[in-house]
Design a protein around this ligand. Structure first.
Ligand code: PLP
Length: 384
């Protein structure tokens, strides 16, 4: 048989998957592993999707997505960020942020282009860049900087081949959030070096101490930023697969071409569900966020009380405690914790080399399970 694509064949599998494969063979595991809301999609949203199906809306939509949804997203972004995207040609509805990221990389990258990725980062960024023919260049973000980028280091990574910087705040996996001062400096660097800014803001609503600050609020950023966002996290809609990309019309047009030839459109029922989310279900989203806030406080205090050093994350639904003092790698720690105490977490190095020495713990699970997990982690640490 002729060989299949060896670039893809040699690509390492996601470090998260490997762990879930072990978890799936075990019984009675408390999982702090999954980056997915434990809530069911709010009922009015499900009901709106059912109504749309009953009304016979089971077809393709426009390639760009339902105009009514794009209009609603445009209003939402204007209200929260003060930026005005034209629903006709600057907003594309996608199959989650995952598809939006893939489309963007393929639309943006010329062979050999470099994209600077802030790590620790979401696991799909580097493979998506590389599959599109680009090179990912890593900027390590360290705990001593609150996992924010070191701007001098960022400047030192820029070369004539650099096309864009890519980041995600509130961050998966660190929970860290951005502030206006850093946003301004990031924008200035990108402006001086003519770089695109790719901002994955999928956790924008999940902040606990202050409102999310987007780079788009910086004057001028609108012109060189591509915003990626979606409904999976804040509206508990992971399975409906609805995201969106916003940016200048030329980029959106190129992304749309790939989308129309590969995906055609995002699922129509999911789009009706998302429409209901923005029109009527922000209060339900706020209730879930309030619950995450309480869980965040619970897990951070609990970890520190049992000797697992943990910063207070400002957003998303992840804690990222340090395990450096235990003299084990992240993988050793997570594996031992899983086999000995049946608590599943994710090794920090799954999110990049600088995630080594940390573990990611999702608090998108009930308080009862979080309390039990803290207790078991406490026993584990004592027995070490
Ligand atoms: N971006 C980040 C930072 C994520 O954490 C995730 C999912 O965990 C995604 C994108 C993918 O989201 P979606 O369900 O919209 O494809």
């Amino acid at each position: 048989m002729k060989p299949i694509n060896n670039f893809v064949q040699n690509m390492p599998p996601s470090g998260i998957r490997k762990f879930f494969d072990i978890v799936s063979t075990m019984e009675g595991v408390i999982s702090l592993g999954v980056g997915e809301p434990d809530f069911v999609t709010p009922w009015p949203m499900i009901s709106a999707a059912i109504d749309s199906m009953e009304a016979g809306k089971t077809s393709y939509t426009s390639n760009m997505g339902l105009l009514s949804l794009r209009q609603e997203i445009s209003k939402y972004l204007f209200k929260h960020l003060g930026v005005e995207y034209n629903p006709d040609n600057e907003i594309l509805i996608t199959v989650g942020v995952s598809e939006a990221m893939d489309l963007l990389m393929r639309a943006l990258i010329c062979p050999g282009d470099e994209i600077i990725v802030f790590e620790p980062s979401y696991v799909s960024y580097k493979p998506t860049i590389e599959m599109a023919g680009g090179h990912s260049v890593v900027l390590d973000c360290k705990e001593e900087n609150d996992f924010l980028p070191d701007l001098e280091e960022l400047k030192s990574l820029i070369t004539p081949k650099t096309k864009a910087i890519l980041f995600n705040y509130p961050s998966n996996p660190t929970g860290c959030v951005l502030n206006r001062e850093i946003n301004q400096k990031l924008y200035d660097i990108c402006n001086e070096n003519d770089l695109y800014i790719i901002s994955d803001e999928i956790y924008d609503r999940l902040t606990y101490d202050k409102k999310h600050e987007s780079i788009l609020e910086i004057p001028g950023a609108y012109d060189r930023t591509i915003l990626l966002n979606g409904f999976s996290k804040a509206f508990a809609m992971t399975g409906w697969r609805i995201g969106y990309a916003c940016g200048n019309k030329d980029i959106i047009k190129s992304m749309m071409k790939i989308h129309q030839y590969t995906m055609l459109c995002a699922p129509i029922s999911g789009q009706y569900c998302a429409l209901e989310a923005l029109r009527h279900c922000v209060p339900q989203s706020d209730e879930m966020i309030e619950e995450y806030r309480q869980r965040r406080n619970l897990i951070v205090k609990g970890f520190n009380d049992v000797g697992l050093t943990c910063r207070k994350p400002g957003g998303a639904f992840y804690a990222f405690p340090s395990i450096k003092k235990f003299g084990m790698t992240s993988e050793e720690f997570c594996e031992k914790l899983l086999y000995e105490k049946k608590v599943a977490t994710v090794p920090g190095n799954a999110f990049g080399k600088c995630g080594e020495g940390y573990i990611r713990c999702s608090y998108a699970t009930s308080k009862k399970k979080i309390i039990k997990a803290i207790e078991k982690i406490g026993e584990f640490i004592e027995e070490l």
